[in-house]
Design a protein around this ligand. Structure first.
Ligand code: IPM
Ligand code: MG
Length: 354
């Protein structure tokens, strides 16, 4: 197969981890006879520095003409600590999600059994946990209007808006994923307080009755879900939720695996999808060749499976990552008191296993 991949390294450690994922994809291309064409674009703080726009039109056009997007991370402390900054790197990410229509964020939480001791949670709580967080990504408080400040500046407001259509299309994704997994969806909301949550419940129930009655569906309030995720994560199969709840719960769920450096994600649209690690740009490690590339490499595996239907190739990458972890060819975040390897060494080892 021939595929064009837009590569957006972004900021901080982005370029280093993306380089490893590209290397792995090239190896897969050679091994399985696919032709991957890579073209780079800028996004985030580096794009602000270069042209004043965190998501320039040129990058948008590159994404639109590609078959999939591989993305590193964005963010730079020089913007975080400056409340007066007019443009922020994060705006680039939000603009990209919205303008590319990437409405479904899939965050699989699959612990590696050999790392179970690394999790701050008790082994017996997390054993067997394997869940998929399906987070709505282009609605809710992140994008609702009106938003802003009162005239005197003493009051600020954001608006949470959801339409039935927005809820339905993401719920379809969740049910379809559940079909291929253990057949259960938990809708996480705050329907005891929020009108939008009540619309979520109503819409998801309707869809369930109409098309997915063979899937098990249950409901959980978000505060309870936050507790269950760390006390009994094995309860969840597909966890479906709105934008802000999904943002928070997916970071929380990442502790189950023991390292946020291991978690990939897909942001899926109608025709185009973007793949990225769930961790941030880790600016303290920039240029040091120490960041864990596995989450990005696993994101590339998700790309092969979800966008290109290359399940076997994706499995080969996942197996190679597992191999690197089992054999202790890992970066310092996972090495504990043992020898640690550089970002490039881990990337090369994974390629050698493919
Ligand atoms: C994420 C991030 C983003 C979000 C930030 C960087 C805007 O936390 O992808 O989870 O809040 O969605
Ligand atoms: Mg987040």
């Amino acid at each position: 197969m021939k595929k064009k991949i837009a590569v957006l390294p972004g900021d901080g450690i982005g370029p280093e981890i993306i380089a490893q994922a590209v290397k792995v994809l090239e190896t897969v291309g050679k091994r399985y006879n696919h032709e991957f064409e890579f073209e780079e674009g800028i996004v985030g703080a580096c794009a602000i520095d270069e042209c004043g726009d965190p998501y320039p039109l040129k990058t948008h056009e590159l994404c639109m003409e590609s078959d999939a997007i591989l993305f590193g991370a964005i963010g730079d402390p020089k913007y975080d600590n400056n409340p007066n900054a007019k443009v922020r790197p994060e705006q680039g990410l939000l603009k990209m999600r919205k303008s590319l229509g990437l409405f479904a964020n899939l965050r699989p939480i699959e612990p590696f059994s050999c790392l179970i001791e690394r999790s701050p949670l008790k082994k017996e709580r997390i054993e067997g946990a394997n869940l998929m967080i399906v987070r709505e990504l282009t609605g809710g408080l992140y994008f609702g209007e009106p938003r802003g400040r009162s005239e005197n500046g003493n009051v600020a407001f954001d608006t949470c808006v959801y339409s039935k259509d927005e809820i339905r299309r993401i719920a379809v994704k969740a049910f379809e994923l559940a079909k291929m997994r253990r057949g259960s969806v938990t809708l996480v909301d705050k329907a005891n307080v929020l009108a939008t949550s009540r619309l979520w419940r109503e819409t998801v129930k309707e869809l369930h009755k109409e098309l997915y009655s063979d899937i098990e569906l249950d409901f959980m309030f978000v505060d309870n879900a936050a507790m269950q995720l760390v006390t009994a994560p094995g309860k969840f199969d597909v966890l479906l939720t709105e934008n802000l709840f999904g943002d928070i719960l997916s970071d929380e769920a990442s502790v189950i695996t023991g390292s946020i450096g291991l978690l990939p994600s897909a942001s899926v649209g109608e025709n185009l999808s973007l793949y990225e690690p769930i961790h941030g740009s880790y600016p303290q490690a920039k240029g040091k060749n120490i960041a864990n590339p596995v989450a990005t490499i696993l994101s590339a595996a998700m790309m092969l499976e979800y966008s290109f239907g290359m399940k076997q190739e994706a499995d080969a990458i996942k197996q190679a990552c597992r191999e690197s972890i089992e054999q202790g060819i890992v970066t310092e975040d996972l090495a504990a008191d043992k020898q640690s390897y550089s970002t490039t060494e881990v990337g090369e080892f994974i390629c050698s296993q493919i």
